[in-house]
Design a protein around this ligand. Structure first.
Ligand code: MLT
Length: 246
C-alpha cells in the first residue's frame, strides 16, 4: 500500500512526484485551497515501501489504485518530470479518469540513446555507492544558485528518503519509457516550467504547448527544475487560475 497524503476537499488533484523525490516535494501546494490534494509516494520513495515496478504503465496503474481506493472517478493529474511521464501513461491507459492535466517541468519525448546509457551507468553507481550518488548529481539542477540554503537542505533530505530499489526501478522504467508525442490529451492542460530548468528546459514545455490542444503555458521566473518548490507562490497562482482545475 502506498503512502498517500490526502488533504482538503473539492476538485481532486493527484500530484505525482519526480525522481529521486517524494510527495513532500509538493508541500508548498497544500496552500492551494478549495481542492482535494492526493499526494502519493511512488513505490520505494518517501514513505512508500518498494514493490516491483518496471514501466511507466506500472506506476500509472498504482496511481489509478490511489483513486480507486477512494472512490474517485476523475481527478486532475499533475505530474512533475518523471511524474509527467507517468501522467502520459495514465492518459493512454485511462483517459476517462482525467479531468484536467498539469505538466510540470517535464517532457513528452523518450530518452535519447545517450541519456539511456547514462541511466544504466547511474544504476551501477547507485548499486555500488547508494542513493546519495543521484542526490549529489541532481541537487544542483533542482534549484537555482540563489535558492536559500535551508531549501537546498530540505530538497536533499527529500531525495535521501528514496530507497535504492526504488531509484533503480525508476531509472530502468524511465530509460524504457515510450514516446508520448502522439498521446491524445483531451482535457484542459496547464504546462509549467522553470525559466532556468536545465533538465527539461522551456523549449520542451513550448513544444508540448504547441502540440497539446487547449494548453496554457506558464513560465516561472527564478526557478530551475523544481519550479513548484522554488517559486511556490507564482506556481500556486498559475494552478489557482487554471482552467485545468475547474
Ligand atoms: C525527474 O525530475 O523526475 C527527473 O529529472 C526526470 C528524468 O531524469 O528524466
Amino acid at each position: 500500500m502506498l503512502h498517500v497524503t490526502d488533504s482538503g476537499s473539492g476538485t481532486p488533484i493527484l500530484w505525482i512526484h519526480g525522481f529521486p523525490l517524494a510527495s513532500s516535494m509538493f508541500e508548498p501546494q497544500l496552500a492551494i485551497e478549495g481542492v482535494r490534494h492526493l499526494m502519493p509516494d511512488l513505490p520505494g520513495f518517501g514513505r512508500s515501501p518498494f514493490s516491483p515496478v518496471e514501466t511507466m504503465d506500472d506506476y500509472a496503474r498504482a496511481m489509478l489504485e490511489v483513486l480507486d481506493q477512494r472512490g474517485i472517478d476523475r481527478a486532475v493529474i499533475a505530474g512533475f518530470s518523471m511524474g509527467g511521464y507517468i501522467a502520459f501513461a495514465l492518459a493512454r491507459l485511462a483517459p476517462e479518469r482525467m479531468r484536467g492535466l498539469i505538466l510540470i517541468d517535464t517532457r513528452e519525448t523518450p530518452d535519447t540513446d545517450e541519456a539511456r546509457k547514462g541511466r544504466y551507468e547511474t544504476i551501477e553507481k547507485v548499486q555500488r555507492e547508494g542513493v546519495q550518488v543521484v542526490a549529489d548529481s541532481m541537487l544542483p539542477k533542482m534549484l537555482t544558485a540563489s535558492a536559500p540554503a535551508e531549501m537546498r537542505e530540505r530538497v536533499r533530505e527529500i531525495m535521501m528518503s528514496s530507497s535504492k530499489e526504488g531509484v533503480i526501478a525508476a531509472l530502468r522504467a524511465m530509460a524504457a519509457r515510450p514516446d508520448s508525442s502522439s498521446t491524445r490529451i483531451g482535457v484542459p492542460t496547464l504546462i509549467v516550467v522553470g525559466s532556468e530548468d536545465p533538465i527539461t528546459p522551456p523549449a520542451d514545455a513550448e513544444r508540448m504547448a504547441r502540440a497539446i490542444p487547449n494548453a496554457t503555458l506558464v513560465n516561472i521566473d527564478g526557478a530551475a527544475h523544481l519550479s513548484n518548490y522554488e517559486q511556490a507562490e507564482a506556481f500556486n497562482a498559475a494552478v489557482r487560475t487554471s482552467d485545468s482545475v475547474r
